[in-house]
Design a protein around this ligand. Structure first.
Ligand code: S3P
Length: 178
């Protein structure tokens, strides 16, 4: 039987961390962020990893971070936006629990991510275009992996957290009956 974690996937700036923290606080569960696990393990920021070891190394680290969570249960897990780019990660996500895709309109994503410079993939001449291109590539991958999808563009994160908690309870109940 799959474990009862709530797993958040979605593009950079879709609200995974802030919504995830809220869900964890409301459920009194541990919040885990795969980016944070990677930073902890490597002892340097994500941007440094991209710069020094490259994206492929980072994706390997992302996979290892997911594997390290295979005993986690009743946690809220936020993942990096590119987690779906490696097909072998999808079954790992499903083994963890209920996979929720947080979406946001492109404009909203752009506004949210332009507030910080920590995301190496967006340090390009035209971040707007980069976002468009990545969204086009990744949206079908998120859609295929997700068991529930929610748009965070126009709703307060607290309401989104509540909705996910309700949906997760239904999902886990159905899983237990299987
Ligand atoms: C990435 C998203 C980032 C981080 C890294 C790569 C991506 O995480 O994993 O910069 O490929 O979309 P967030 O989605 O939490 O920003």
């Amino acid at each position: 039987m799959s474990r009862e974690n709530i797993v958040l996937i979605g593009f950079m700036g879709s609200g995974k961390s802030s919504v995830g923290r809220m869900i964890a606080a409301k459920l009194d569960q541990r919040f885990v962020d795969t980016d944070h696990l990677i930073v902890q393990k490597n002892g340097v920021e994500i941007s440094e990893i991209f710069k020094n070891q490259g994206e492929s190394y980072f994706r390997d680290q992302e996979r290892l971070a997911l594997e390290s969570l295979q005993d986690a249960d009743r946690c809220v897990i936020a993942t990096g936006g590119g987690i779906v780019s490696r097909p072998e990660n999808i079954p790992l996500l499903h083994e963890l629990g209920f996979v929720v895709w947080l979406t946001a309109e492109e404009e909203v994503i752009f506004e949210r991510v332009s507030r910080n410079t920590k995301r190496p993939l967006l340090q390009t001449a035209n971040p707007r275009e980069t976002i468009s291109g990545l969204l086009a590539l990744r949206n079908p991958l998120y859609a295929a992996a997700a068991q529930f999808t929610l748009d965070t563009s126009n709703f307060p994160h607290a309401g989104i957290a509540e909705t996910i908690i309700g949906e997760a309870a239904l999902f886990f109940e159905a899983e237990r009956k299987k």
